[in-house]
Design a protein around this ligand. Structure first.
Ligand code: FDA
Length: 414
């Protein structure tokens, strides 16, 4: 089977697999489902004979499109605090054993040039394709057997490992392996090939899965209340579920977006209110009071538009009755408005859902996994890594770092 594996290495050699009917069994040390960030990282470092299976036409598609094509591949401030998990301690071990600095060392060693954009977020200078190429290079070096447009079915436990069927465009082959790693991601962006396969596999082994929902996703309002000001952006503090983020807020045709909103969405639950603080610097009251001395005869909204986008002020004027000249506004009235704009509560109808969500919250229950190795505690040789697991990072490179760290945790144990 070694020569078969070598002959079939790479996509071009798929036809060298035995044809269906003459089902011959192929043996690997490790089979990995999902050639995304976590699966490729694990495949490149697991050692031994590795089969990596993905139903997509190319590996690492989300890496390729991420960060506007430049891939925000990690964050310099990465700690476990930036992750949402039913057990907040769970991500600590993997993140500490393979850190952002380790990944930075890896990209440096491969000549990938990068820069910090903002808030510790590291992006490729040239193209996200460089990260995919780096991982493919590492996999080639490790002689990983990559099968694209392929999938696994009939996965079952055997005496000393796992048995399953590998279905490629041309064949169906029986496979056995000592280790089976599920790295098929979450449900985000089905158009890009996301499936709930990891959860189905977990359930078939009796492994609990925590409820999943879309994260890092825009909010929607059925009344399209912000449509007239869509495209307007302003710095804001957005709070959901008791957690706040200070970043840009963007009004859209269907609701709210922008980094502050995407971050807060991961802490939001259906039917709960969110709060917008349009004055995160908290300095509008003294400024308007000063302006009143010089420009008291000017229209209030004209003066307010010196501090907030004019289209937003027009919208606020209808919401909060911002009439009259600045001189008409007493200190109390000014303060009341500032309080309102600092604490503008509303309840979204929902989110844009998995169609546009960057991540999936929830997933494989971490109670079932070893935090050091990502192996299922009562099922030796079975691992879950990456987004499939109930570990979700903030916006800003944290999710790829989880993919690298969890992929590496499994690889080192294998
Ligand atoms: P990932 O989704 O990468 O890989 C899963 C693989 O499994 C895919 O290749 C898929 O085809 C395959 N698969 C699924 N079901 C299968 C089946 N049934 N059979 C066979 N194969 C199957 N994060 C970040 O840190 N920085 C960023 O800049 C961005 N940007 C970004 C942009 C956009 C548009 C999205 C949607 C997401 C991001 N993210 C991000 C999040 C990041 O992409 C995500 O967290 C990781 O890709 C997760 O890595 P995984 O390897 O776990 O899953």
């Amino acid at each position: 089977s070694l020569s078969l594996r070598k002959a079939a290495h790479g996509i071009g050699a798929l036809t060298t697999l035995p044809t269906s009917g003459k089902a011959r069994s192929m043996q690997y040390d490790t089979v990995i489902l999902g050639a995304g960030a976590a699966g490729m990282m694990c495949a490149a470092h697991a050692g031994g004979r590795v089969l990596l299976v993905d139903h997509a036409k190319a590996p690492g598609e989300k890496i390729r499109i991420s960060g506007g094509g430049r891939c925000n591949f990690t964050n310099m401030h990465c700690t476990a605090d930036a992750f949402i998990c039913a057990n907040p301690h769970f991500p600590k071990s993997a993140l500490a054993k393979y850190t952002q600095w380790d990944f930075i060392e890896l990209v440096d060693a491969h000549g990938v040039k990068w820069h910090e954009k903002t808030l510790g977020q590291l992006f490729c200078d040239t193209s996200a394709k460089e990260i995919v190429a780096m991982l493919r290079g590492l996999m080639d070096k490790a002689q990983v057997d990559l099968r694209l447009q392929s999938t696994l079915s009939g996965i079952r436990r055997t005496g000393n490992g796992y048995a399953m069927a590998l279905t490629t465009p041309d064949t169906s082959t029986k496979i056995t392996a000592t280790h089976l790693v599920i790295a098929s991601g979450g449900k985000s962006i089905p158009k890009m090939g996301a499936t709930g396969r990891a959860y189905e596999i977990a359930e078939s082994f009796g492994i609990p899965v925590t409820p999943t929902r879309a994260g890092l996703v825009p909010f929607t309002f059925t009344d399209a209340r912000f449509a007239p000001i869509s495209g307007t952006a302003t710095p804001a503090r957005v709070t959901a579920g008791g957690t706040s983020f200070d970043e840009a807020l963007l009004f859209t045709h269907r609701g709210l977006s922008g980094p502050a909103v995407l971050q807060a969405s991961s802490y939001w639950h259906d039917g709960a209110p969110i709060t917008l603080n349009l004055l995160p610097q908290n300095d509008l009251f003294p400024k308007l009071r000063d302006q009143r001395q010089t420009y008291g005869r000017r229209n209030f909204t004209t003066e307010l538009a010196k501090h907030l986008p004019a289209r937003l002020v027009d919208h606020l004027a209808t919401q909060f009755d911002l009439t009259g000249n600045l001189a008409d506004w007493s200190d109390v009235r000014l303060q009341t408005l500032c309080d309102t704009l600092s604490n503008w509560e509303m309840t979204p109808s929902g989110t844009e859902g998995y169609r546009t969500a960057e991540v999936t919250l929830g997933g494989i229950d971490t109670d079932a996994l070893s935090s050091k190795t990502m192996e299922v505690k009562n099922t030796p040789g079975l691992y879950f890594i990456g987004e499939a697991v109930d570990v979700t990072g903030w916006l800003g490179g944290y999710n790829f770092q989880w993919a690298w760290s969890s992929g590496m945790a499994a690889a080192r144990h294998i």
